[in-house]
Ligand binder design. Structure first.
Ligand code: IPE
Ligand code: IPE
Ligand code: MG
Length: 246
């Protein structure tokens, strides 16, 4: 789905390569994460300017708890600080911030700040910025299934009313347009338990660029590649062309 000008409505990004960026410079890994915050700022601003409606950024996966405790602590501190320092600016720029993932695992101060920024920006109508933190695609599908199970147990949902639409409605991002374009920086070509259900028909784009180096020119390259794709959703190329010309 395109907004005018061929810009995808929803862009989802795995921001990878912070650690390697730092190692290449003989710096500790956290320096890469810190530099990554700059790339987040640039990308949010560029997406806002280009008319992208939803930007989902993978900041911390449910598997990233496996990293050394010190690195996890640094990432949490960065998240807390960035939410504090960027909130007013996001709000001024009409950005609506939403955090998806299991936030109950976070420290109370971080949970409180997330709620604060979500509340502050809830009425904004510009870019919808989604931060996936302690998020996992399998967790997402599991929590959706559990909620449906609860409804069945409460007698408000018949088991045979469970269809794709019902499950989708319980997923994170269920009410937003599905991602049109997925970008992964850092050279790895895998999904790493990001949006498993939601990426079913998303165009995938992988780049070697390390996340702290990602900028508007790199985003433009991804958007240009996206414009060259033909999205068929199971149809034939001829059908798609006929629909486009109708
Ligand atoms: C992505 O960068 C940030 C998070 C996963 C939080 P990495 O820290 O994974 O960087 P590399 O992949 O080790 O270079
Ligand atoms: C994916 O990156 C998670 C985030 C960017 C938040 P990882 O660096 O954790 O992914 P793997 O471990 O290489 O698959
Ligand atoms: Mg990585």
């Amino acid at each position: 789905m395109l907004t005018p000008g061929g810009v995808p409505r929803h862009v989802a990004i795995i921001m990878d390569g912070n650690g390697r960026w730092a190692q290449q410079r003989h710096m500790p890994r956290y320096a890469g994460h810190r530099a990554g915050v700059g790339a987040v700022r640039r990308t949010v601003e560029a997406c806002g300017r280009k008319g992208v409606q939803v930007l989902t950024l993978f900041a911390f996966s449910s598997e990233n708890w496996r990293r050394p405790r010190k690195e996890v602590g640094t990432l949490m501190d960065l998240f807390l600080n960035a939410l504090g320092s960027e909130a007013e600016k996001l709000h001024r720029n009409n950005v609506r911030l939403e955090v998806i993932g299991d936030r109950t695992a976070f420290a109370d101060a971080l949970q409180a700040r997330i709620t604060e920024v979500e509340t502050l920006t809830a009425g904004n109508t510009g870019l919808h910025l989604v931060i996936a933190a302690n998020y996992g695609g399998r967790w997402d599908i599991t929590q959706a299934a559990r909620r449906l199970g609860e409804k069945v147990a409460a007698g408000v949902l018949a088991p045979d009313a469970i269809d794709e639409k019902a499950l989708q409605g319980e997923l994170c991002l269920g009410r937003l347009p599905e991602p049109d374009l997925f970008i992964r920086t850092g050279g790895e070509e895998r999904i790493s338990n990001f949006l498993l259900w939601q990426l079913a028909y998303t165009e995938l784009y992988f780049t070697e660029v390390l996340w702290p180096d990602f900028d508007e020119a790199e985003l433009d390259a991804a958007l240009a590649a996206y414009r060259c794709r033909q999205r068929r959703f199971g149809c034939t190329g001829e059908q798609v062309e006929r629909l486009r010309n109708a």
